[in-house]
Design a binder for this molecule. Structure first.
Ligand code: C5P
Length: 226
């Protein structure tokens, strides 16, 4: 029974991470959230004064890339904690101030090359579910299973808003919607590996689906492909 690589790409807050995590735990695969890596680099840059008003000090950040160590700590419940230079930053990288800057950091080609190489190394042994924006197009163009997830911007903003409120963060729905729309625009129009559906990816619009329905849809697809 050969293990495969599963690539789940899509728009921000489309629910792709929850789906990817649920599938990985159902089939005993490792789950990797590639967005967490871009968020960790962004947090590092912010802490080092390399991001001001959405403008990134590209030269200094690129020079510092070898210092920026990112690891994942798997948790018993199948989730993962993102570790930046030895520190657990999982909660901090989800905040809106990081979300507001991450797309500007993600356009930098040297940042992408470095993170893509790490992602490819993580997929060496297969048996992996990875979610992101360019997993099916750039990171694993030969992935045996590819899914592209979308939902309306309003649905996605509502989901992200509820998540943040649940964590006790003070945000408005309008602020979250603006971030989602802005981030999608930068992700879709960037030069280097833009957010795009791979030609051989299966599309899913989950606007009207419950979490249970989308998890079942994904598991059914996996069973069909296998
Ligand atoms: O998935 P998440 O919303 O946490 O990703 C945060 C940001 O990281 C995205 O908006 C995008 O700019 C960037 N990203 C990327 N390529 C990936 C994953 C995330 O450019 N594979």
């Amino acid at each position: 029974n050969d293990k495969i690589i599963i690539a789940i790409d899509g728009y921000s807050s489309s629910g792709k991470s929850s789906m990817a995590r649920a599938l990985a735990s159902a089939i005993g695969y490792r789950y990797i959230d590639s967005g967490a890596m871009y968020r960790a680099v962004t947090l590092w840059a912010m802490r080092h004064g390399m991001v001001n008003d959405g403008t990134v000090d590209v030269d200094n950040l690129v020079a510092a890339l070898p210092e920026i160590k990112i690891d994942f700590k798997p948790m018993p419940d199948g989730s993962q904690r993102t570790i930046l230079c030895g520190e657990d930053v999982e909660d901090e990288i989800r905040r809106l101030n990081v979300s507001n800057n991450v797309s500007q950091v993600s356009v930098i080609p040297a940042v992408r090359h470095s993170l893509v190489a790490m992602q490819q190394a993580l997929g060496k042994g297969k048996g992996i579910v990875m979610d992101g924006r360019d997993i099916g197009t750039t990171v694993f163009p030969d992935a045996e299973m590819k899914v592209f997830v979308d939902a309306s911007a309003q649905t996605r903003a509502q989901r992200r808003f509820s998540e943040l409120v649940e964590k006790g963060l003070q945000v408005s729905y309008e602020e979250v919607l603006a971030n989602v729309v802005h981030r999608d625009h930068i992700d879709e129009t960037r030069e280097e590996s833009p957010l795009r559906k791979a030609d051989d990816a299966v599309s899913l619009d989950n606007s009207e689906m419950t979490i249970e329905q989308q998890n079942k849809w994904l598991l059914d697809l996996y069973n069909r492909i296998l």
